[in-house]
Ligand binder design. Structure first.
Ligand SMILES: [Zn+2]
Length: 243
């Protein structure tokens, strides 16, 4: 294991810039409830009803029913060592950009700056009338909560039936196709468009480094079968050790 970390640290120092792609695995370590897993939210609430844009337009309280608690309790959820290690890699000039499938906003909370949240973020809540933005957990009272102007509040996430924001997609593809190394963390990336990003990077000559408790990418050049919160701080340590 030690030798593997050393080798990966050397690769990351050499193959710059690096881009990271993260998924639910890294958030699970912060206690974020997952949706697709057994016992997850989608077993109880049909996402096509509770998280579709069509239903939201008719009755936003359904979406607030499944997301309101998370947003009001937002401070309960803190970034973990994996999130902080990624922020450190950016600070060190190793990581140029981070693409995440997660909507919990924890990468930004951990201090990462160049972040593309391809499915949006529950941390940011917008008024559909006046455009005012609220940051979780500081939202008006009410069920569903309304803006001070009386407008409907919508968390800044991509609902079922909505297109992914084109700028986010464009950025993700540009970052993936121009990086020299890609860290794929806590995701099996089976859901598009994230699924195609590692192959896009690889086609353009990037080294793929996977960090997953169970290997999911046959194409990865390196794989650390470990949790992000354990593996990423060790990678940071090894990079610092051999500078
Ligand atoms: Zn408003």
């Amino acid at each position: 294991m030690e030798a593997l970390y050393k080798e990966i640290a050397a690769v990351l120092k050499e193959a710059k810039p690096c881009v990271a792609l993260t998924g639910a695995g890294i958030s699970a370590e912060s206690g974020i409830p997952t949706f697709r897993s057994k016992g997850g939210l989608w077993e109880k609430y049909d996402p096509m009803v509770y998280a579709s844009i069509e239903v939201f337009r008719q009755d936003p309280s359904k979406y607030w029913l499944i997301r309101g608690e998370f947003i009001r309790d937002y401070d309960r959820y803190q970034p973990n060592a994996g999130h902080y290690a990624l922020a450190a890699l950016e600070e060190m000039g190793v990581l140029r950009h981070l693409i995440t499938q997660n909507i919990d906003g924890l990468h930004k909370k951990a201090g990462s700056r160049q972040v593309t949240e391809i499915h949006g973020s529950l941390r940011e809540i917008n008024c559909l009338s006046c455009g005012r933005q609220y940051l979780a957990p500081d939202i008006p009272a009410g069920d569903p909560p309304c803006c001070e102007c009386g407008g409907v509040l919508k968390p800044n996430t991509v609902l079922f039936g909505e297109q992914l924001p084109p700028e986010a997609l464009e950025t993700a593809c540009r970052e993936a196709s121009t990086c020299k190394s890609m860290l794929v963390i806590g995701t099996a990336a089976v859901v598009q468009p994230a699924a195609s990003l590692p192959s896009l990077a690889k086609q353009n000559g990037a080294v793929i480094i996977e960090v997953n408790p169970e290997k999911a990418f046959p194409d990865a050049d390196y794989c650390i079968t470990e949790k992000a919160g354990t593996a990423l701080p060790l990678i940071v340590d090894h990079i610092m050790m051999n500078t």
